[in-house]
Design a protein around this ligand. Structure first.
Ligand SMILES: [Zn+2]
Length: 517
């Protein structure tokens, strides 16, 4: 009895301390980095006669992580489960908990090797008046504050007026967002790797600027069709199967400088049990375009770059039967299916370049509008993950800071969207099905691509940020009854900022396109 009182008091004291410290920790975790940064950029097109024609430069810098440990995976499922006897060992054979945690699918998937390099691939466009750099990274996502870090680190003498960084949303690369660490509650991001990525992006921008030279740009948009290419795993079935490509060649000599391929699909052919670092179908697509395909057509050289589009709702190659170029059909989560998909895309691209419908980009006009915006984050799980420090993106109260950019590059009309946009918001077809949590008329109308007036409109997905799924409010479904009379809640909401995010973003984009308020 005598010892109980002080013990009780000690417990109470610890409890009070915890109550005082936890909110402080949460506040620290929620505090946005680069918190004062706001962008309000308006670079109008040059007056006729002021531009000197295009100059283009491109570069690819590897951002592959180092895998220097071994993973003993008892049941071979690709996931680290120490309770089931799985072990991670450092190069000295000592047990460790450190690993390159692969992003996408479940938490706790350590990389066991490198199949092909991950890249930061940059193209720079310059018309004598404005210089724009666009970098694509083979990552699951790259947060806005990380984009800002890179932008602010670019020396003025490189002359870059604006830098856009877009992720391909690769599901076989290191976690750069935090959700896929050893467990669901541990952050999967390695700070040193994030620094390596930022340095890689900087280097690729610098190299692309150094390589700027007079260029011709040709453009085409075609449809891949869906069969053998892409599937929509959540109703309504809306797929934008447009593939837009830009082919940039040197004005003297005609060598290829860059080939940009914009299409919309999840780079996740290899599925959730793969442990090899790879950039998925993007690898085979880019290699095919640069080096050619076995038995022809010939490659065009230069730097091939993949840009992703509206991939929410959910554009996936999983479960798609893909014929390879010999006529054999592949399915399942393996490198054969992955290669077949990438090469089929490369074949379409090369076909268009060699004998297809490529048109000169109408004029060397380049205008950029870019704006910081705030979107509501009504997802309590996401906010909890942020308060716990698993996801370190910061918030402004219950709002996320992010960015939207609009670029007119001749007849290319490019809009960045900072996440995974449901295609029905891009091309139309939003539904208001029974069971939705917010019934009524669709709100995110007209479709964004209808608001773009250029001949070749594209939505650059995961542009300058990855806020998650951006889904129409009338299709939001957390509470029963569920959509379309289904028993279960659909997948998507759990990795979305919230039900109002897309609506607000749509409004902001509309305002951006209509001109400054
Ligand atoms: Zn996704």
């Amino acid at each position: 009895m005598k010892t109980r009182k002080p013990k009780k008091r000690r417990i109470l004291r610890c409890f009070l301390l915890l109550i005082a410290v936890l909110p402080l920790l949460a506040l620290r975790n929620l505090w946005p980095r680069q918190w004062r940064y706001r962008l309000d950029l308006n670079l109008p097109p040059a007056a006729v006669g002021e531009t000197q024609g295009w100059r283009v430069g491109a570069s690819a810098v590897a951002i592959t992580p180092t895998v220097d440990y071994t993973f003993e995976d008892r049941n071979g499922d690709g996931y680290y489960r120490p309770k089931e006897g799985d072990r991670l060992r450092d190069p000295q054979g000592r047990e460790t908990k450190r690993a390159v945690w692969l992003a996408g699918f479940g938490a706790g998937r350590p990389a066991t090797g490198v199949h092909d390099d991950l890249w930061a691939r940059t193209v720079v466009f310059d018309n004598g008046q404005t210089r724009l750099a666009i970098t694509a990274v083979d990552l699951i996502g790259f947060f806005y504050h990380d984009v800002i870090d890179v932008r602010l680190s670019l020396p003025a003498e490189w002359g870059v007026d604006h830098l856009i960084i877009a992720s391909t949303h690769n599901h076989n690369g290191p976690d750069t967002m935090g959700l896929w660490g050893r467990t669901q509650f541990s952050r999967g991001v390695d700070g040193a790797y994030l620094r390596q990525v930022k340095e890689g992006i900087r280097q690729s921008v610098q190299e692309a600027v150094d390589r700027l030279q007079p260029a011709e740009i040709r453009i085409a948009s075609l449809s891949t069709g869906t069969e053998g290419f892409v599937r929509d795993s959540r109703p309504p079935e809306v797929i934008d199967d447009t593939l837009t490509l830009l082919h940039c060649t040197a004005r003297s000599g005609g060598a290829t400088l860059a080939t940009l391929v914009h299409w919309s699909n999840h780079p996740e052919v290899l599925g959730g049990h793969n442990t090899q670092v790879t950039s998925d179908f993007c690898h085979y697509l880019r290699e095919g375009v640069e080096k050619g395909l076995a038995g022809g057509p010939e490659g065009v050289g230069g730097v091939a770059i993949y840009w992703n589009g509206a991939i929410g709702g959910l554009m996936t190659p999983l479960g798609v039967k893909v014929p390879d170029r010999r006529g054999e059909t592949h399915e399942g989560e393996n490198f054969e299916t992955c290669q077949a998909l990438g090469e089929n895309l490369a074949e379409l691209v090369l076909g268009a370049i060699h004998e297809g419908p490529m048109q000169p980009l109408s004029s060397p006009s380049l205008s950029i509008r870019a704006r910081t915006v705030f979107i509501p984050s009504g997802n309590p799980l996401l906010m909890l993950g942020m308060a716990l420090g698993v996801i370190q993106r910061g918030s402004y109260g219950l709002k996320f800071r992010t960015e939207i950019d609009h670029v007119r590059l001749g007849s290319l009309d490019l809009l960045t969207v900072p996440g995974e946009l449901y295609p029905e918001i891009a091309v139309g077809g939003i539904e208001s099905p029974e069971g939705g949590d917010f019934p009524g008329e669709p709100l995110e109308v007209p479709p964004l691509k209808d608001l773009l007036s250029g001949e070749h409109p594209i939505i650059l997905g995961l542009g300058n940020d990855e806020v998650g799924y951006l889904l129409p409010q009338t299709e939001w479904d957390v509470k029963p009854p569920h959509l379309y009379g289904r028993r279960e809640q659909p997948y998507g909401e759990i990795v979305s900022p919230g039900p109002q995010a897309a609506t607000v973003l749509h409004r902001e984009i509309k305002a951006l396109l209509e001109g400054w308020r």
